[in-house]
Design a protein around this ligand. Structure first.
Ligand code: 13P
Length: 255
């Protein structure tokens, strides 16, 4: 069985003291829910402090982005070398990065390869826009993004990945995809992975849903056989909501 994952993308929220306080609250509420992998993705400046605080807590950490170069004249950027040992995971190709910071399928692929070379596990994000969805292009768009993101990766590299399906129109809007629809697209992603690298690889990879995931819809989302977890934005920076989602997931999985 794939271990369910609740990943909290804190986005550009929380100062260092606030991040520490949120982490402590989450620990108090669901520090014992070890059957669900809890991944906290605070802003870069909070990573070090959260890492120190969570040394004896059952949390994984994720960064929200990284550059593809190891070092150099890239003002304001953070390299995978800097994240090595500090973070377990790194979000790559989040739609906000694609939308506001010019990330393309090509740079996403470069970042994937750089992250893997530095022992960071990418959580690669894919998702269609509202227009694409309304034009019936969802499957084609997702397929193209997955193939491009995983281009030239070996089966060994691919089998460690996490993939998050986040329809752009569902992010921060309160309007989540229906569980069935999310499940169908996550199933498509898994079919692509199987086609790329065979069934054992496809069966092993965790696929998350993201986009207005919250306590009221997480049970239905996690009930979908192809969905292994959620990438949570707004509800992840409220300890009570995040904890509730972790507990519901533990219940659904019986862990
Ligand atoms: P919301 O949960 O706020 O819709 O954000 C989803 C997201 O973008 C997580 O990466």
């Amino acid at each position: 069985m794939r271990k369910p994952m609740m990943a909290g993308n804190w986005k550009m929220n929380k100062t260092v003291p606030e991040a520490l306080s949120l982490t402590r609250q989450i620990y108090e509420l669901v520090g014992d829910c070890t059957g669900v992998e809890q991944v906290l993705c605070p802003p870069f400046v909070c990573l070090h402090a959260v890492k120190a605080l969570t040394a004896d807590m059952p949390f994984s950490l994720g960064a929200q982005n990284c550059h593809w170069q190891e070092s150099g004249a890239y003002t304001g950027e953070i390299s995978p070398t800097m994240l090595r040992g500090l973070s377990d995971y790194v979000l790559i190709g989040h739609s906000e990065r694609r939308q506001y910071f010019g990330e393309t399928d090509e740079t996403v692929n470069k970042k994937m390869r750089a992250a893997l070379a530095h022992e960071l596990i990418p959580i690669v994000c894919v998702g269609e826009s509202l227009e694409q969805n309304e034009r019936g292009e969802t499957r084609a768009v997702i397929s193209e993004q997955v193939w491009a993101a995983l281009d030239r990766l070996s089966a060994k590299q691919v089998q460690s990945l996490v993939i998050a399906y986040e329809p752009i129109w569902a992010i921060g809007t309160g309007r989540a995809a229906t569980a069935e629809m999310a499940g169908e697209i996550c199933g498509l992603v898994r079919a692509i992975l199987r086609e790329m690298h065979g069934d054992p690889v496809g069966d092993r990879i965790r696929i998350l849903y993201g986009g207005s995931a919250k306590p009221s819809n997480i049970r239905e989302i996690m009930g979908q056989p192809e969905i292994d977890g959620a990438l949570i934005g707004g509800a992840a920076i409220v300890a009570g909501s995040y904890a509730e989602m972790v507990k519901i997931t533990a219940e659904v999985y019986g862990v």
